[in-house]
Design a protein around this ligand. Structure first.
Ligand code: PMP
Length: 304
């Protein structure tokens, strides 16, 4: 990733991609205390546009606030930096990664003498789980790793260190021959995927876990809005893994994963074992929205 052409925004300046480096004593590298976002830009009839940029920026600032990291810039500056990075790298579609991290001014856990740095990189990143996954769905395994307890790490923060848990779960699932992991919360209820929120459908009703220990996904919020336009009943509640087994349909949502059908959990086929009809409708509406074909949701797009 480091050896390529392009520019990265770092602390207010555009830096050549290969020169956007940090010192080995960078504090966040040692303890994982940092916050980040994953944002996507799509090609739309009005040109390249970033999907729900203000919401992502707001969540980044919320994450920093939760971790007590003083942000060195304001939201407008960051929004402009993100637009500029996509533009200056000449990207038609992009995955955008803003990240805030502590510098190398000192070590130790007090972290009271550290500068907060902000970077934004963007590159082309196709379908996270593959095009086939979007059509046929993926095979998922309930993880042996528990999702963060609300009082261990902060689940509302998209914090760097939280992703150790996600990676352990995903790597376990992949090693066992599955595509993705489903993590349960500390009480055994369904929380989320390693980098996705989950939805299930039974008898035409859409269910998703409440946000106690899952990230407040922007794709999740988008699906909740789009579901209203289909007049679907939506229920946010605790969900058990066997409710997923007997669902008619299930899917993951995320900026990277978009809307990915789940065709199997723990070797139990979900519904017909393929993408379900309501999943397909919501997926179509989602791609219409991100690609600027949904007239009601033009305000979700920031044209670059
Ligand atoms: N949960 C986790 C743990 C994630 O990392 C992500 C990806 N940011 C999501 C859910 C989905 O969030 P969003 O739709 O905002 O990308």
């Amino acid at each position: 990733m480091a050896d390529r052409d392009g520019v990265i925004w770092l602390d207010g300046e555009m830096v050549p991609w290969r020169e956007a480096k940090v010192h080995v004593l960078t504090h966040t590298l040692h303890y994982g205390m940092g916050v980040f976002e994953g944002v996507r830009a799509y090609q739309t009839p009005r040109g390249t546009a970033i999907f729900r940029l203000p919401e992502h920026t707001r969540r980044l600032f919320d994450s920093a606030h939760i971790l007590n990291m003083p942000m060195p810039c304001d939201k407008d500056t960051l929004n402009q930096a993100i637009v500029q990075v996509v533009r200056e790298n000449g990207l038609d579609t992009a995955y955008i990664r803003p990240m805030c991290f502590y510098g190398s001014e000192g070590m130790g856990l007090r972290a009271d003498n550290l500068k907060v740095h902000v970077m934004v990189a963007a590159w082309t990143w196709g379908t996270y789980l593959g095009n086939q996954a979007l059509e046929q769905g993926i095979r998922v395994r309930t993880s042996s790793y528990t999702r963060h307890h609300v009082n261990i790490t902060m689940c509302k923060a998209k914090a760097n260190g939280n992703y150790m848990n996600s990676m352990l779960a995903l790597q376990e699932a992949l090693a066992c021959g599955y595509d993705e992991a489903l993590l349960l919360d500390a009480e055994g209820y369904v929380a989320e995927g390693s980098g996705e929120n989950i939805f299930i459908i039974r008898d035409g009703v859409l269910y998703t876990p409440d946000l106690t220990s899952a990230l407040n996904g922007i794709t999740r919020a988008t699906i909740l809005t789009l579901a209203k336009s289909l007049d679907l009943t939506v229920i946010e509640k605790r969900i058990t893994r066997d409710e997923v087994y007997i669902a008619d349909e299930a899917f993951f949502t995320g900026t990277a994963a978009e809307v990915t059908p789940i065709r199997e959990l723990d070797r139990r086929a979900i519904g017909s074992g393929t993408r379900g009809p309501i999943t397909e409708q919501l997926q179509t509406l989602y791609f219409d929205a991100v690609q600027g074909r949904h007239p009601d949701h033009a305000d979700w797009l920031t044209v670059v």
